[in-house]
Write a protein that binds this ligand. Structure first.
Ligand SMILES: Cc1ncc(COP(=O)(O)O)c(C=O)c1O
Length: 337
């Protein structure tokens, strides 16, 4: 596997740290919990999209683009990191935000990621819940072409075979770190949404014959659909790498029991998980992705899913900026954490 043959621009502070969570592991009585700090990728407060954007932005530049279009839910971390990457590279950025949760809370609509999108100079347009966002982006791209611009369209979450290379690269990074540290990784757990993170990880870890099982904790789709989305993208990513067939269907495992009422809608277990990690390890999760992912991990630990001596790595995919879009979950007057 030779990732160096794919164009890449450096945007992230890599490698991200791989750290033990000693206090939390002790508090829970095992397993040995580790955290891979992709919340520290550096770009506009970091997150998993930075790795994908290293390959996507290089592709955009190679194609001569002067403008990037992407989309996401209102508090999209992907949109924020794309806005920052385009700013760094001197490209224009148009973001379409879908009101997927239906929230009209002013903090949700204007603060957190939305505030930062604007700060990085992106233009924002809103679309109602359920809009065909890919079609909306194509429409905008057509209009911009008519004005003589050269737009590059990035799918939601940066999840296509080019973006997923960022997480193939992360799998290589994780394995190198674990070898250097003498750490046997027994499980890798993370939040999964638009599928690119898990597809890239599974492809890379299989290609490198790591035998580390990956568990994606879903934040939106039901299990069958989520696993299918990840598998299809992993197959396309493998083909892009010249490694056809390296991922089998059974290598893709998602647990979607922690979504709650729906995408972006807080759950009690998420609220508790975010608080626990903040107070045990001084690490901030987010309400939409990593908070639900970590809530799933905690619940599975409680149910005895892991052996007490297992080394379990949680990939922290970032997103804490979105906490400011949800002030009510902790910020009510008189709230005592
Ligand atoms: C903080 C955070 N964690 C996890 C994910 C899920 O990653 P993916 O969309 O690659 O499945 C996202 C995606 O938007 C995210 O913003």
């Amino acid at each position: 596997m030779n990732l160096a043959r794919f164009p890449r621009v450096r945007l992230g502070h890599l490698p991200t740290p791989l750290e033990p969570m000693e206090r939390l592991s002790k508090h829970l009585g095992g397993p040995n919990l580790w955290i891979k700090r992709d919340d520290c990728t550096g770009l506009a407060s970091g997150g998993n999209k930075t790795r994908k954007l290293e390959f996507l932005m290089a592709d955009a530049l190679e194609q001569g683009a002067d403008t990037v279009i992407t989309q996401g839910a209102t508090q999209s971390n992907h949109a924020r990191q794309t806005a920052a990457a385009t700013a760094k590279l001197g490209l224009a950025c148009h973001i379409l935000l879908e009101n997927r949760t239906g929230s009209d809370d002013p903090s949700y609509v204007h603060n957190g990621n939305v505030l930062l999108d604007q700060l990085h100079g992106a233009s924002i347009a809103k679309r109602p819940a359920g809009a065909d966002m890919q079609a909306e982006m194509e429409k905008l791209a057509e209009a911009l072409r008519g004005q003589g611009r050269k737009p590059y369209v990035i799918p939601g979450g940066g999840s296509n075979p080019v973006g997923a290379l960022g997480y193939v690269n992360a799998s290589l990074e994780l394995l190198n770190q674990s070898v250097d540290m003498g750490l046997r990784v027994d499980h890798l757990v993370h939040a999964t949404g638009s599928a690119g993170t898990q597809a890239g990880l599974v492809t890379g870890l299989k290609a490198l014959n790591s035998q580390i099982p990956v568990l994606g904790i879903g934040v939106r789709a039901p299990k069958d659909k989520q696993e299918e989305n990840v598998f299809v993208l992993a197959e396309r990513t493998s083909t892009h790498l010249g490694l056809d067939g390296v991922v089998r269907r059974e290598d893709v495992v998602a647990n979607c029991d922690y979504v709650g009422e729906g995408y972006g809608i807080p759950t009690d277990s998420m609220v508790e998980a975010v608080k626990l990690l903040a107070q045990q390890e001084g690490i901030l999760l987010d309400p939409v992705y990593s908070g639900k992912g970590f809530a799933g991990l905690l619940d599975l630990i409680g149910k005895g899913h892991f052996d007490k001596n297992d080394n379990v790595v949680f990939l922290h995919t970032g997103g804490s900026v979105a906490l400011f879009g949800y002030p009510d979950i902790y910020g009510l007057p008189g709230y005592q954490a």
